[in-house]
Design a binder for this molecule. Structure first.
Ligand code: SF4
Length: 353
């Protein structure tokens, strides 16, 4: 254990039950080693209301800290080791732009239920909650999309056009059922020339990390690794997802890798290969975990620079401030917090907590 690791562990011991450290699966191993719980966005959101600690440290990007802060009890605070760790996708849909588009759609007689991926700012979640919508994660996007359609109107899914279409495909919809909005700087671009009557409208955002996956890469992987299995995160383009053997959230991918490794261990014949299309910190962890049984390789080099900002130095600095009583918690103004919490709890209610 290096000196920084040892000092982090000493502070964890000192803060004891007052401290809980959460880490997203995309965090590096050196951070995961200090976490009390790891998970994807849904798993960690579900966990927050059960945490008794006063200080919750979220090793992840900014929207995750905000989401956790929405679910805390009085007297609890959420802290981020790096407040500048943002999510490039979440920046593609601002709250004021989304509000303007929802108002414009309503004025055009095209009222929709908004459904926001959890990878969005608290301001955008508040807009979605105000307009009767909910939040979803990659693990429950299909369930929440059905929930949104059950409200009896069309749906605006934002900001990830890939996840929205992958969830729609899982519900049996096709390209005639959706439309990726063309937007101006402050609203819709040429409403009269867009098929706004399609059941599903999609915000034109995506994750630059997963959005870079291509069909050509699937073809070359299948050539290089005969009989490989390919699983990818549903933030990848739907035409890529269609060529994979399966898609799923990070939690799903972890379970799939464990099942693949177990089957490989008990099988005769050549060593098996699983290709995993998601952020490289998670893929590297799965590679190491299952090395004895199979080869797990990345779909492509896919590193999220914002997730990568969180390191032991930043974690140690934050814990020192918490211990000294000078750390700055994530602050969610109640004017945004109440409708954003509504959108988040609609998700937790719709998928059975
Ligand atoms: S991997 Fe993509 S969606 Fe996840 S935090 Fe990074 S930019 Fe955002």
């Amino acid at each position: 254990m290096n000196d920084i690791s040892a000092r982090i562990e000493a502070l964890r011991e000192k803060l004891g039950r007052d401290l809980c450290i959460l880490g997203h699966h995309y965090q590096k191993d050196s951070i995961v080693a200090h976490c009390d719980h790891t998970g994807d966005s849904l798993e960690l959101s579900r966990r927050v209301p059960e945490i008794a600690a006063r200080h919750i440290v979220f090793c992840g990007v900014f929207f995750m800290g905000e989401s956790a802060a929405l679910l805390t009890r009085p007297g609890q605070n959420v802290y981020l080791p790096r407040e500048d760790a943002d999510c490039m996708m979440s920046l593609m849909a601002s709250a004021c732009h989304a509000r303007a588009v929802l108002k414009e759609l309503a004025e055009l007689g095209r009222g929709v239920t908004p459904l926001a991926y959890v990878n969005t700012s608290v301001g955008l979640k508040a807009v979605v909650g105000t307009f009767g919508g909910a939040v979803c994660t990659s693990a429950n996007a299909k369930t929440l999309l059905k929930w949104a359609f059950d409200r009896g109107r069309g749906v605006l899914f934002l900001p990830d056009r890939h996840l929205g279409r992958n969830a729609a495909r899982a519900l049996g919809m096709d390209e005639n059922d959706w439309h990726v909005l063309r937007l101006s700087g402050d609203g819709l671009l040429d409403p009269a020339t867009q098929p706004l009557d399609r059941p599903l409208l999609l915000w034109p955002g995506c994750c630059p990390i997963h959005g870079q996956f291509t069909q050509a890469r699937v073809a070359s992987l299948r050539r290089e690794h005969k009989n490989c299995r390919i699983i990818a995160h549903p933030e990848c383009p739907p035409e890529v997802a269609a060529l994979c053997d399966d898609t799923g959230s990070t939690a799903y991918i972890i379970k799939d890798a464990a099942a693949f490794a177990e089957a490989a261990r008990n099988a005769a014949g050549p060593r098996r290969t699983l290709v995993v299309g998601t952020e490289c910190n998670l893929v590297d962890r799965l590679t190491a975990r299952h090395r004895a049984d199979c080869d797990i390789i990345p779909f492509a080099p896919a590193f999220c620079p914002d997730m990568g900002l969180v390191d032991e130095t930043a974690l140690l600095a934050l814990l020192e401030k918490i211990a000294a009583g000078s750390a700055r918690p994530v602050n969610v103004p109640e004017a945004e917090g109440a409708p954003a919490r509504l959108a988040l709890t609609r998700m937790l209610d719709a998928c059975g907590k």
